[in-house]
Design a binder for this molecule. Structure first.
Ligand code: 13P
Ligand code: SF4
Length: 348
C-alpha cells in the first residue's frame, strides 16, 4: 500500500509531466488532500465558466458526477473529462430522473392546460438538463438563481424548478413570490402538493433536497445564539426555508467565502454548509471565530469519495491511456443540455 507521501509525489510528478495538457478544476467542498493539487478552486458556477474557456486535453474534475458531465458538455469534443471516482454522485441530482421528469411534465400540462417552463439546478443529470433545454428552460446555480428565476418569471409562465425545492423556494420567496403560490411536485407518488386554488400557482418545486444542507436546523441557530449572542449565522440556500429565514445571511458557496474573507477581525460566524469548506475557512481565518452551525460536522459523503488514492489512481490510468473514468455525455443529450447551460451563462 502506498504512503501519503508516495501518492502525493505521484500526483505532482504526473501533473508536472503533463503540464498544460492537464487541468484540474476542484470544487470548494473537496478534501484538503485533493484541494492541494487544484489548478483552480471554485463553486459550480465558477467551474462551469472556467471549463468552457479552458483548452486542456485532459480535465480531471475533482467534484461530483454532474459537474464532470457539465464540463464535458461545455468543452470541445476532443477534450476528455475524468472523474476520479465514478461513484462520486450527488444524492440530490439522483432525486430526479428523466422518466419522472417526463411524467411530471405531462401531468402538469394536464392540470394547467398549458406547459410549464422548466428550470434545473446544475445539480442534476445531463438528461434532466437536456429535458429543460429542449423546452426552452435554463440551468441555474446557487450563484445565479435569483437572476435566472427573475428571467423565468418575466416570461409570464408557470415555472417548474428541479430538483432542489429549497433553493427554488428560498430564491423565489426572495424575489417576492409568496409561499402560498408555490406548490411541490412529489415525483414518487406523482402528486402535486398544494392546498388552495391551483390557478394561483406560480412555481412548482420538485421535492428534492441536499442531504448535507438539510442537516442544519432551527434548533442549531437557537442554541448557538444562546451561547454566542453576537454570532453571525451564514447559510447556503440549499438549507430549508425556516433556516434561511432565521439566518443573518444566506448565499452561494462563493458568497459564503466572500463574506468570510471580508469579515471584521474578531467577529463570530456559524456557517451552514459542507464540512471541508467550513474547516478550510476556519484554518485560513484565525482572526475570526468560525464554527459549523451543526456541531456534528456535515460532510458531503459523495464529494468525499474523491480522495488522494483515487486521484493518484485516476492519473495513472490516464497516463496508461485507460478511459475507465472518462465522463462522456452522448451527443443527443449533450445538444439540449448545452442549450440549457448556455442559456444560463447568457442570462448572467
Ligand atoms: P454551489 O457550488 O453552486 O454553491 O453548490 C453547492 C453544492 O451543493 C455543490 O454540490
Ligand atoms: Fe449534492 Fe449536496 Fe453533496 Fe452538493 S453537497 S454534491 S448538492 S449532496
Amino acid at each position: 500500500e502506498a504512503t501519503t507521501e508516495e501518492l502525493e509525489k505521484k500526483v505532482s510528478g504526473i501533473k508536472e509531466e503533463m503540464g498544460a495538457r492537464l487541468f484540474m478544476p476542484t470544487h470548494h467542498y473537496q478534501k484538503d488532500e485533493v484541494a492541494q493539487f487544484a489548478d483552480v478552486m471554485g463553486d459550480s458556477l465558477q467551474l462551469a465558466r472556467i471549463c468552457k474557456e479552458h483548452e486542456a486535453e485532459y480535465i480531471i474534475f475533482n467534484g461530483v458526477h454532474f459537474m464532470a458531465e457539465t464540463a464535458d458538455i461545455l468543452t470541445a469534443d476532443h477534450q476528455k473529462v475524468y472523474l476520479p471516482d465514478l461513484n462520486a454522485g450527488c444524492s440530490m441530482a439522483d432525486m430526479a430522473n428523466i422518466d419522472q421528469a417526463l411524467i411530471c411534465d405531462r401531468e402538469l400540462t394536464g392540470i394547467f392546460g398549458e406547459s410549464v417552463l422548466p428550470l434545473t439546478y446544475v445539480n442534476s443529470s445531463a438528461a434532466i438538463k437536456s429535458f429543460v433545454g429542449e423546452r426552452g428552460g435554463s440551468c441555474v446555480t446557487s450563484g445565479n438563481a435569483k437572476k435566472v428565476i427573475e428571467w423565468a418569471l418575466a416570461q409570464g409562465r408557470r415555472i417548474l424548478f428541479l430538483p432542489d425545492q429549497h433553493l427554488g423556494r428560498n430564491t423565489a420567496f426572495e424575489l417576492g413570490v409568496p409561499l402560498d403560490r408555490m406548490a411541490v411536485w412529489n415525483p414518487v407518488n406523482r402528486r402535486l402538493e398544494f392546498e388552495g386554488d391551483r390557478r394561483d400557482i406560480q412555481i412548482i418545486l420538485w421535492k428534492g433536497f441536499c442531504s448535507v444542507h438539510e442537516k442544519f436546523w432551527p434548533i442549531h441557530i437557537k442554541n448557538i445564539r444562546k451561547r454566542m449572542p453576537d454570532v453571525n449565522v451564514l447559510v447556503h440556500p440549499e438549507c430549508t426555508h425556516e433556516v434561511v429565514q432565521m439566518a443573518d445571511y444566506d448565499g452561494s458557496t462563493k458568497y459564503i467565502i466572500d463574506m468570510i474573507n471580508n469579515a471584521a477581525p474578531g467577529t463570530s460566524w456559524a456557517i451552514g454548509t459542507e464540512m471541508n469548506l467550513v474547516n478550510r475557512l476556519k484554518e485560513e481565518n484565525p482572526h475570526l471565530h468560525i464554527e459549523s452551525l451543526n456541531p456534528i460536522m456535515c460532510p458531503c459523503l459523495t464529494m468525499n469519495r474523491i480522495d488522494l488514492p483515487h486521484l493518484a489512481w485516476c492519473l495513472d490510468k490516464i497516463v496508461a491511456g485507460d478511459t475507465q473514468n472518462l465522463i462522456k455525455v452522448d451527443g443527443e443529450t449533450s445538444r439540449y443540455a448545452k442549450e440549457s447551460l448556455e442559456r444560463m451563462l447568457s442570462i448572467v
